[in-house]
Design a protein around this ligand. Structure first.
Ligand SMILES: [Zn+2]
Length: 195
C-alpha cells in the first residue's frame, strides 16, 4: 500500500471532478473514505484470514468490482435525492467508483507484498502493473514510525502528493472554467436531477 495520505488525496481528485455545486463536504468525506477503506481488510489478519485468501489483504476489498458495489451503496445511502440511474446518480457513482478503484490501482504499482485482485469476479488472481515505482509502505503503525516509514513519507510527498495535488488543482480549475463557460447547461442538469 501507499500510505493512507496518498489514497486520500486520490479520493479528493475524484471528488474534484464533480461540478462545484455537486460536491458538498460529505462528497469529499465519502470520496476519501472509500479511497482508504480497502486497507481495512488487514483486520482479517487478526481473524485467521491469510494474505492470499479471497478476502485477504489486497483481495476482494481491493478490487474495482468491490469499488463499484461500494460506490452504489454510498450513493444510495448519502444521496437519496438522486433518482437511481439518472445522470446525477451516475455522476456520483462514477466519482466514488474512481475514488475506490484508485486504491487497488495505486497498490498495483507498489514494489512489494502480494499483488492486487484486480479482476474479481472473473479471476481471483493477484496482479501488479508492469511498472511498480511506489515503495510499499509497512502495515501497522508501529512499523511505520521507524526510519522506513519516514523515508516512505518523504518519497510519497515528493512523487505522489505533489503531483496528485497539482492534478487536483488542475481538475478544480477545469471544472470552474467549464462551469463559467456553460452556465446554462449546468442549470439544466441541476433541474433535470431534481425532477
Ligand atoms: Zn491497499
Amino acid at each position: 500500500l501507499p500510505t493512507v495520505f496518498t489514497h486520500a488525496i486520490a479520493g479528493c481528485v475524484a471528488a474534484g471532478m464533480l461540478g462545484e455545486r455537486e460536491r458538498p463536504v460529505r462528497v469529499w468525506t465519502a470520496a476519501v473514505a472509500v479511497s482508504v477503506l480497502p486497507d481495512a481488510d488487514v483486520i482479517g489478519f487478526a481473524y485467521g484470514v491469510r494474505y492470499s485468501d479471497f478476502l485477504g489483504h489486497r483481495g476482494f476489498f481491493h478490487s474495482p468490482f468491490f469499488a463499484l458495489l461500494l460506490a452504489i451503496l454510498c450513493v444510495h445511502l448519502l444521496f437519496r435525492d438522486r433518482r437511481p440511474m439518472s445522470r446525477g446518480w451516475w455522476a456520483y457513482v462514477a466519482v466514488f467508483f474512481v475514488a475506490g478503484a484508485s486504491h487497488g490501482l495505486l497498490d498495483a504499482m507498489t514494489d512489494g507484498g502480494l499483488g492486487i485482485a484486480l479482476l474479481i469476479p472473473f479471476d481471483s488472481g493477484r496482479f501488479f502493473f508492469p511498472w511498480t515505482p511506489i515503495p510499499v509502505a509497512p502495515i501497522g503503525l508501529r512499523a511505520f514510525l521507524g526510519e522506513w516509514g519516514l523515508r516512505i513519507l518523504v518519497w510519497e510527498a515528493v512523487y505522489m502528493w505533489a503531483p496528485l495535488l497539482a492534478l487536483l488543482a488542475g481538475v478544480l480549475v477545469v471544472r470552474r472554467r467549464a462551469r463559467s463557460l456553460h452556465p446554462v447547461d449546468d442549470a439544466e442538469v441541476a433541474s433535470h436531477d431534481r425532477s
